[in-house]
Each structure stands twice: as C-alpha cells, then as structure tokens.
Design a protein around this ligand. Structure first.
Ligand code: BEZ
Ligand code: FE
Length: 301
C-alpha cells in the first residue's frame, strides 16, 4: 500500500471512482475532484477555513424553502448560472435567435392569461408602459399562437411574492401571439432591485462589498409548438447598475429603453418598447435552458 501525499490523493480518489457505470457521471465527478483538489492546493486551504465553508454551505441549504432557493442564488452570484447559460446558448442557439438570460427565482407556473394589450399590473400601481412586437422564426415570419410569459418587479422593485400574500399573482401573465405573431403587453416600468440579502448569500455579497442589485428588467419565457423554449429578459438601459448586475444576466442585445412615440404602439399615450423575439426550431437533441425552475416540470415537457 502506497502512502498518499497531497498530490497522489487526487489520483487515488479518481481511481476508486472509476467503477462508476454512468460515463457522464464518471467524467463530471473526475473533473470535479481534480478541480476541487487543485483549488484546495492553490489556496492552501486550512482545516478551519474548510469548516467555515461547510458551515456556510449548511446555512445555504437551511435557507432553502419551497419558495426560496438559496443554492440557485449562490450559483447566480458566483456567475455559474450565467456560465451554464452562455455555454448552452453557444451550443444550441441557432442563427440570430434572441439571446437567452437567467430565469431567476421568481418565475411561477400558471400565471394568469391576458388578451392582446391588457395590463399585467392588477394590484401594483406606477408609471405604465407598453411592450409590444412580434415573435418570429429564423426566416423573420411571425409565429402564431406562441405563448409569451412575462414577469417583472413592480414600480417599487418588488416581485408579487415579496409584496403580496403568496397566493396572489401580480405583474406576471401569459399572452398568445396573434395570426401574425404579434403580442402586446401593458405593464409598469419596473425598478431594479436587490437580490434577497437576508440569507447566507447576502452575507457573502456584503462581505465582498458588492451592491447586490440587479438592473431593472422584464423576464420573458416564450414557447411555441415545434420551437425551442426561449428564456430571456429585457434590461432597462438607464438603470445605474446596468453594467454591474449582481448575477451577470445582461447582454447588449437585450438592453432596451421605454420611449414615447414608438411607431405602432397600441397606446401612444404611454412610453413603449418594441421588441421582436426570434425563436429557433426545436432540434431532436434539445435540452432545456432553464436554470432556476423545477426540473421535474421541465422533464414533463
Ligand atoms: C431575478 O432576475 O429576479 C433574479 C435572478 C437571480 C437571482 C436573484 C434574482
Ligand atoms: Fe428578476
């Protein structure tokens, strides 16, 4: 039996795990062990520090509830959700399809249905805007009957789950595109907001002297028969944190600004954003781009 040292222990672990029958699990676990061990060697991790890290991860798990996923928040604030998202986009995004963004923890299934141009602000009050445009395919043709789901904070920067009792939905809804692929949504101009800072992830963000804010944004989830589900968000360009999103979700092509006088707006008396979303045909090998939703619901698709 050979004595292990701080370098050979890594190969010993990997050799023992070589019996793993699932090849993808074997690949992922081997790489994880190599990187974890490499990380511990690089920072010369001490026992006290490792115990502190375990206490932190324990608190992250304990902060999770059916409506709060602190581990996803940790993944988001470490940029890991965005990295997984970007890799999925690179592997699966077709042509000029709209770029994706984070699903975030505030998506809810079964949001209320609305008709063309109706308002999703049932309870919340504040300055209004219109969001309208088309859902198109790779040829620029309208996709009829696509489901356009939208959710955002209200004008004070709170999601319904934060502002109202958990049974009440507001500032979210489902629309269907018309025969030409058009959609129109009346909503409030959202405000940027702080990610939940009252748990262990918030403590980490504060310890790093980060501001913890996301720039104002509007989440969209668009689906149509035979097309890849598009999970994205539009970001308001005038938000002071547009270049320093705590969860790294912003891309240039998703930055917008509500303005008066936008041609074709269903209500010219309020500012509007016109945005066309391009969705791609579903390929046989497609997997979901969701990071943040309940995987059992995704698998059932
Ligand atoms: C959000 O978009 O609402 C969000 C995304 C990641 C972490 C926290 C919030
Ligand atoms: Fe959000």
């Amino acid at each position: 039996m050979a004595d292990l040292d701080q370098n050979t222990v890594t190969d010993a672990v990997i050799a023992q795990m070589a019996t793993t029958p699932d090849p993808r699990m074997r690949e992922v676990m081997e790489s994880l062990v190599r990187h974890l061990h490499g990380f511990a060697r690089e920072v010369r991790l001490t026992p006290a520090e490792w115990l502190e890290a375990i206490a932190f991860l324990t608190k992250v798990g304990q902060a999770c509830t059916p409506i709060r996923q602190e581990f996803i928040l940790l993944s988001d604030t470490l940029g890991l959700s965005r990295l997984v998202n970007l890799m999925d986009d690179k592997a699966n995004r077709v042509g000029d399809a709209t770029e994706t963004s984070l699903l975030g923890p505030f998506y809810r299934e079964a949001a209320p249905h609305f008709g063309y141009g109706e308002s999703i602000a049932v309870h919340a009050k504040g300055p209004e805007m219109m969001l309208f445009g088309r859902v198109v395919n790779e040829a620029g043709e309208g996709v009829p009957d696509a489901v356009v789901e939208i959710w955002s904070t209200d004008a004070e920067g709170a999601y319904d789950l934060q502002a109202l009792d958990p049974q009440t939905m507001d500032m979210r809804g489902q629309f269907r595109t018309d025969a030409e692929g058009r959609y129109a949504i009346r909503t409030l101009i959202p405000l940027g907001y702080s990610i939940p800072m009252d748990g262990p992830v918030g403590a980490m963000v504060r310890a790093q002297k980060r501001h913890g804010f996301r720039p104002a944004h509007i989440h969209m989830l668009i689906g149509a028969e035979g097309y890849r589900e598009l999970i994205t968000a539009l970001y308001l360009g005038d938000d002071p944190n547009i270049d320093s999103d705590t969860v790294f979700g912003v891309s240039e092509s998703l930055v917008v600004q509500p303005r008066m006088g936008v041609e074709g707006s269903p209500d010219p008396s309020v500012p509007a954003i016109r945005y066309d979303f391009q969705i791609a045909r579903r390929a046989a090998h497609d997997t979901t781009g969701r990071v943040g939703a309940d995987p059992s619901k995704v698998a059932a698709e």
